[in-house]
Design a protein around this ligand. Sequence first.
Ligand code: 5AD
Length: 432
Amino acid sequence: MCLTIPAKVVAVKETASGSPMTEITVLASGRTRDIKALDLPGLSPGDWVLCAYDTAVRAISPADAREISDLLEPTRHIDASSLDPAFIDALKGHATRGLTKEKIIRLLKTEDQRELTALFSEANTVRQAHLKDFFCIHGIVEFSNHCIRDCFYCGLRKDSRDVKRYRMTPDEIVETVSDAVNGRGYKLIVLQSGDDFHYTDGTLADIVRGIKKKCRAFIFISVGERGLECYRKMKEAGASGVLFRFETSNKKVYDSIHPGQSHERRLELLRAMKGLGYYAASGFLIGLPGQTVDDIAGDIILMKELGVNMVSAGPFIPCGGTPLAGCPAGSAAMTLKVIAVSRLLMPKAKIPVTTALETIENAEGRRLGLSSGANSLMFNLTPERYRGDYRIYPGKYHGSTGVWERYGLFKEALSYRMLEKKMFEAFEAGKP
Ligand code: 5AD
């Protein structure tokens, strides 16, 4: 499910009557282009359209066009000539394959407003050049909040006593996903749970198979550390991707907050998942206690080395009742810089605005994330009766979905093909 920046019709060519195609000229992001309009009779100059590649597929009202443009179109431009040459050198490093750790640290450390504007603007330029303004939305179904792990930051850790635990049945999961796909047009769904071994490998594979039988969608699995055999079975059943964060590249920091877990094993599993052909969504937490800017630069480089296809990095948010309850949250400012630098280093990757960023920034989080180089959103599809109990951290923000659901769903088959192409490109870009 994808949405592009709206284009304004500036000219319409006469075409043979009865033909479903019209040739039109549109203006979008400051450029005019000649494209075709499909099944849109009566278009005239001044109208607004949404395009899929070089085809206008839907006419929209000026008010909706403005709402979408405000959300998606980068408006930050800056005269870079007066900026610190060392900063410019770092900023342009990605174009010459010269984005070293030192340069990444330089970018992450800036707090200068003009440098920040230049960074976000560059990230947007790269996004636009590589992804042609495709913004996608995906859905997540949190099907169980049981967990055998005891991660210090997570509200669902096994020692959390005040969590009302739930599990959705396989049928419930399949129904929820197929309603979202067949009913609302979602095309990429993440199935997430704690590390919950109540669901056997076979059950998880059956759930994926059940979904694939009922609907056409990319299924991403986020069920934590399980044996590789489990991931192999789910892949055979039709799963496309995994969402599995390494949480931090710093082993010491990792060990200090993941009792009984192994950093090496986690990375090994992630590499093995890639080896199975999964599309890999991975990343880290921003603002963990003990984490330095140097570590964050290392996190970004590790994502690149692993060939991550979807970047998943969000701020740590302290959760009551956990050992890190009294620690400060990660900052939105650093999160936006991480998004921008990730975009420079991984031009074709999917970079969603995480719910955690939306939670600390509320209504502004989405717009800020999208104008810092991110290109997708993840909407919560967990049934209402369970949603409040999936409390990884408090105060989870659920932004409005209106304009996205209204327009992101256009032309089912074409929309799926667009996503498929973008997924393929991101997958290929993640190869060594
Ligand atoms: N704040 C932010 N993110 C969290 N996660 C778990 N607990 C928190 C928290 N308190 C993230 C972890 C995990 C993902 C499912 O949720 O990075 O991988």
